[in-house]
Ligand binder design. Structure first.
Ligand code: SF4
Length: 424
């Protein structure tokens, strides 16, 4: 979400006459878009802001703002820590930032906004440069109140983007040549607008010419209705890859987390998805070392992970976030760092086995790959993704970016497939 918010911010600033520079050392005005999900992300952003503020010594025009989740969470506290900051603005202020900047430059008065306004989703309709894949925010905030999560404190309660605004953005992207869209939201499948549901949205996107693939992230297991499961069969553009954040497979821990499901309901959901779509790729998020997690709780997660064989997972060591119910348990029930580390490693080992096994099935097959851009390493290397969201690296001409190519897969690692374009 932060990545897409930064894109929207660039677009609204450019529309207001600002010029983007390639190198931050050339900028007179810097806005740091921050994350609060983990303590280390906040510490890193504060360190960076402190370094950047040194530029004020030599550049009298230099202005620095902190925006995003950390700005929402810490508000005035940040200006005490970093008194030279010009702006501290929550994620709800994206649309207003050009106006706020003008005001500050005119009055030379720093601006700190600590209250949440409503989201104005108009910023996401600012034109963006063509990309083969477009991230489409469809909601902001979350009202689920998971015990460990800071999102409701930094982005507020769930607010849904108007249905028509979403479709307009997708139509514009399709007209530019975008072939894949990824719907974004904290509980994306809980989307609702004036009686229209997430499933209605998927059906409407299916009808847009030019868009060939639809993905979404992050759904909540609780909102996987039968109608949504059916979409993986009835809507050909709905890619057979689901990111299903489960966090734990211990019912005791899931209850503490207020996740609203059990290992049994997860098993039934995954079975239903795999029955409808046997080639489904399944990824997840897991937290290890949640306060009070016993060896037996953790073992249930390990066994569940092995049984399901997730082909990808983001595994996080629990990080206490202020003002969340779980953080209050840490003093008595906190899990020592070395135990967290050990559990993290156990799951990483399980993951490398399951992801390698999953990826190896594609070796010596042709895969349809949407070419997204230049691979970070290797001259002439391009990258793209298969329909089940596996990253593929191969040699190719940059003119292929944006097209579908049939790629012969030669090798698989735990994280990528490598191949080449060769005649069938
Ligand atoms: S559903 Fe996701 S974003 Fe919402 S509170 Fe739970 S973990 Fe946070």
């Amino acid at each position: 979400m932060n990545f897409r918010d930064s894109e929207a911010l660039k677009a609204v600033l450019e529309a207001d006459g600002h010029t983007l520079v390639d190198n931050e050392s050339e900028a007179d005005l810097v806005l740091l878009n921050t994350c609060s999900v983990r303590d280390c992300a906040e510490a890193k952003a504060i360190g960076k802001a402190r370094r950047l503020l040194q530029n004020k010594r030599t550049n009298l025009r230099y202005r620095l703002g902190i925006i995003g989740c950390m700005a929402a969470r810490r508000g005035q506290q940040l200006t005490k820590l970093l008194p030279q900051l010009d702006w501290v603005l929550p994620p709800t202020s994206l649309n207003d930032i050009p106006h706020i900047i003008q005001e500050t430059l005119r009055t030379n008065t720093p601006k700190v906004i600590t209250n949440f306004q409503s989201y104005n989703f108009a910023c996401y309709e600012q034109p963006l440069p063509f990309t083969p894949v477009r991230w489409i925010p469809i909601q902001q905030g979350c009202s689920m109140g998971c015990s460990y999560c800071i999102v409701p404190h930094t982005r507020g309660h769930q607010q849904n983007r108007p249905f028509d605004s979403i479709l307009r953005e997708i139509q514009t992207a399709a007209d530019q040549g975008t072939r894949e869209i990824i719907l974004l939201g904290q509980i994306v499948n809980a989307y609702r607008d004036n009686g229209k549901t997430f499933v209605d949205l998927l059906h409407a996107i299916q009808a847009i010419d030019g868009i060939e693939r639809i993905r979404f992230i992050s759904p909540h297991p609780t909102f996987f209705t039968d109608q949504l499961i059916q979409c993986f069969k009835t809507l050909p553009k709905c890619c057979p890859s689901v990111h299903l954040p489960i966090q734990s497979a211990s019912n005791r821990i899931l209850q503490h987390m207020h996740r609203g499901y059990t290992q049994e309901t997860l098993t039934a959901l995954i079975q239903a998805l795999r029955t409808i779509q046997p080639q489904l790729s399944l990824s997840t998020d897991l937290i290890v070392g949640y306060p009070g997690e016993t060896d037996a709780d953790f073992e249930q997660t390990v066994q569940f992970f092995k049984k399901i064989q997730f082909d990808m997972a983001y595994i996080f060591k629990y990080s206490p976030r202020p003002n969340t119910p779980a953080a209050e348990l840490v003093a008595v029930h906190g899990i020592p760092k070395d135990v967290q580390e050990k559990r993290n490693q156990v799951l990483l080992d399980c993951l490398s086995q399951s992801s390698l096994r999953y990826n190896q099935q594609f070796v010596h097959t042709y895969q349809s790959v949407l070419v997204e851009g230049h691979a970070p390493k290797g001259a002439h290397k391009l990258f793209g993704r298969t329909i089940v969201n596996k990253k593929v690296i191969f040699d190719g001409d940059p003119s292929l970016i944006g097209s579908f190519q049939s790629v012969w897969i030669e090798r698989a690692t735990t994280s990528v497939l490598e191949g080449c374009i060769k005649p069938v």
